[in-house]
Design a protein around this ligand. Sequence first.
Ligand code: NAD
Length: 339
Amino acid sequence: MHAKIKAAVFGTQSYDRNFLEQANRAHRFQISYFEASLNPSTCKLAHQFDVVCVFVNDELSRAVIEELWQHGTKLIALRCSGFNNVDLKAAEAIGMKVCRVPAYSPAAVAEHAVALMLALNRKIYRSHNRVRESNFSLEGLLGFSMEGLTAGIVGTGAIGRNVIRILQGFGMKVVAHDPFPNEDCRKMGVQYVDLNELYAQSDIISLHLPLARETYHLIGKEAIGQMKTGVMLINTSRGALIDTREVIRGLKSGRIGYLGLDVYEEEGDLFFQDLSNTVIQDDVFARLLTFPNVVISAHQAFFTREALTVIAETTLKNIADFFNGGIDSRCLVTLEHVK
Ligand code: NAD
């Protein structure tokens, strides 16, 4: 039905291809898969494609968007929910449409955030390594009971609400901050507080808000200074919500007792590739890896069968809707979203 529509998929991994091919049986788009990320030097690969399909670390700067437009691309289809990597002003100025997958599996990301909490608290990564070497000592593995402690959730959208549901199941008290408080959360007993109060009260802080100009380096020197000594900080949202250098200072001083990351502000040069035979050039990231109380996963919180199915199906449905006259407003990304 859409056999003439050509889509260029950037940053393709084997799983992207598998799930998109499966979903494309219903559409029959002509899809070309590129391993490279989209950026000014790879943009020429997209010439004459009607659609580019991109992910979190592709670069949709003004220069890239204008070049795409000049060479026939009419739609940027994000196969993720965040859109901080797209210059929306540039897109709107020339009429390029941008769409995304607004919620593919909020439970998947929430479950991963909680997995990071449990791994850090009970030091699963350390005990696993010890047991493999027949070291059955418990020294240094002491954890704490989460029941009765306070979790601070920044951002109570789809993912934040799932984290709250799980943590309340553990018997935690939950405080939250969001410029648009959610009635369901209030009904669940969540108390909305200012950020400084959230920092002061929380034993565990988990970030579930988008990256935007106002939220860039939200967690910096001032915020860390207001947190409880030994706080656990979890970020599964976007790396640049955290000023990594300040967080390293916080870890060295002991103010931050545990750090769980699924995202990193300079992850574009690292994540989604096997660099095990190369020398990591990023000294800040390398320093993070040296702490015994830091766990990092490489942007995998979304990575479940269920989420990949929804991502592939919604992405291709967005493309079909665009060519049939209109994308679902929940999937369309406009400047309104960043106001
Ligand atoms: P959502 O849009 O449903 O919720 C975001 C919430 O953040 C909204 O309620 C919004 O009001 C709130 N918010 C906005 N600005 C805020 C601020 N300054 N302070 C506090 N709250 C603020 O989004 P979601 O689906 O819950 O996703 C949250 C984030 O998770 C996304 O922006 C994305 O960056 C990230 N994400 C990561 C992965 C991963 O694999 N690691 C996967 C999906 C999404």
